[in-house]
Design a protein around this ligand. Structure first.
Ligand code: NAD
Ligand code: ZN
Length: 358
């Protein structure tokens, strides 16, 4: 399956193809029409153990391929790792004709993409996502690292030259990483495609057993939603904010619990449940969303708001980077597929938070 994203910088393909990791080099040459002088594969230690060899074997012997391995997890999106990678690129004497390959989840994609965006003022890079969540992070060109004072606070827009998705790579993902990624999939259904939402309910009943066709189609349809939104709003001036559905509370929960206690998507799932309830209240509609909550629960999600101080959650929502002037901007749904960004009062949120916590 093949999708084209028309970014203003350059169009690029997203290819979703089981087994494609074994022909990575051929895909790069064919799809990007570039002939890089050399490659730097950036990956994390877990992914390296599982897949690095196979990926390296896809390159012919005469092609120069270097590798840099970072520790797994969010901590790798640091100034230290960023600098280490720039040092490695300089030591390898990569020139402006070189290409970076991000082999990994969203962490590696963001970090390696930021190295590509800034090394010698920018060199091309290819995303080879290895998590389900990375179907979201590998598309749209946002790359970056964390600052001690905030997540994703340092970064750039740098579009990949190709996204090559091999769904077979996901078969080694632990259950909570499936939940993390699937929350973004269902989010795309909620904000943009009712029919897809129903399709998900019918076709995704377990994360343990996948039909490759279903998995590929799911990734394809979910990426299509994101690609359309980022094409229309590349620099996040308008509709791209809809992608934050469920994220205002989700981010607050992640931050309040401490990153790593809960995955991003698991927190976003709680945030979506909350945003659905607030939507019904604010728009006086009946969304009939319970069936989707049941689906999420049967897939192992715990949708209850964790036991943290709700005033602290509210304070965090106020400083979420998507809000201005201390009023809280929230993505709500008038109906499935029809999101709206609106400012709501603290009172409504507080009332709803207190209710949900019993
Ligand atoms: P991740 O990259 O840390 O991967 C999660 C864990 O799974 C890691 O320990 C990793 O080693 C392991 N792993 C990766 N692939 C595996 C595989 N195939 N089999 C077994 N284990 C595997 O996390 P993630 O959830 O993929 O991404 C989260 C990051 O993405 C966050 O830093 C977030 O800020 C970022 N993000 C970016 C965007 C964007 O638009 N740029 C969007 C959403 C999220
Ligand atoms: Zn997200």
């Amino acid at each position: 399956m093949n999708l084209q994203v028309n970014s203003s910088v350059h169009p690029y393909s997203i290819i979703i193809e089981p087994g494609s990791r074994k022909q990575l080099y051929e895909y790069i040459i064919e799809q990007t029409k570039k002939h890089p002088t050399s490659f730097l594969v950036i990956t994390d230690d877990c992914v390296a153990d599982l897949y690095l060899e196979e990926v390296l074997n896809s390159f012919p012997n005469h092609i120069r391929v270097e590798t840099s391995i970072v520790p797994h997890g969010e901590k790798a999106k640091s100034f230290q790792q960023y600098e280490n990678l720039l040092t490695a690129a300089l030591q390898f004497k990569l020139d402006r004709g070189a290409m970076i390959i991000a082999l990994g989840g969203g962490v590696v994609g963001d970090l390696a993409g930021f190295v590509a965006a800034t090394y010698m003022r920018g060199i091309p890079f290819v995303q080879v996502p290895t998590t389900l969540l990375a179907h979201d992070s590998s598309v749209g060109g946002k790359v970056g690292i964390n600052h001690q004072l905030g997540k994703n606070m340092v970064g750039a827009f740098h579009q990949p030259s190709l996204v090559l998705y091999d769904p077979e790579l996901l078969m080694t993902l632990p259950e909570h990483e499936w939940r993390s990624g699937f929350a973004e999939v269902i989010k795309h259904g909620f904000i943009a495609d009712k029919e897809f939402l129903e399709w998900l309910r019918r076709n995704v009943t377990s994360f343990q057993h996948w039909d490759m066709n279903i998995l590929s189609e799911m990734i394809y349809r979910s990426i299509a939603v994101k690609a359309k939104i980022v094409e229309e709003d590349e620099k996040e001036a308008g509709n791209r904010a809809f992608l934050n559905f469920g994220h205002t509370l989700g981010h607050a929960i992640e931050a309040e619990l401490g990153y790593g206690e809960i995955t991003h998507g698991e927190a976003v799932a709680i945030g979506m449940k909350f945003a659905l309830a607030v939507s019904e209240k604010v728009f006086h509609v009946n969304l009939n969303y319970e069936t989707y909550l049941k689906m999420l629960e049967s897939l192992g999600y715990d949708l209850t708001i964790p036991d943290v101080n709700i005033h602290k959650l509210l304070d965090r929502m106020k400083v979420d980077k998507k809000s201005y002037n201390q009023s809280i901007r929230f993505v709500l749904l008038k109906e499935f597929g029809n999101p709206e960004l609106i400012e709501i009062t603290e009172e409504i949120l507080l009332e709803e938070l207190s209710m949900k916590k019993g």
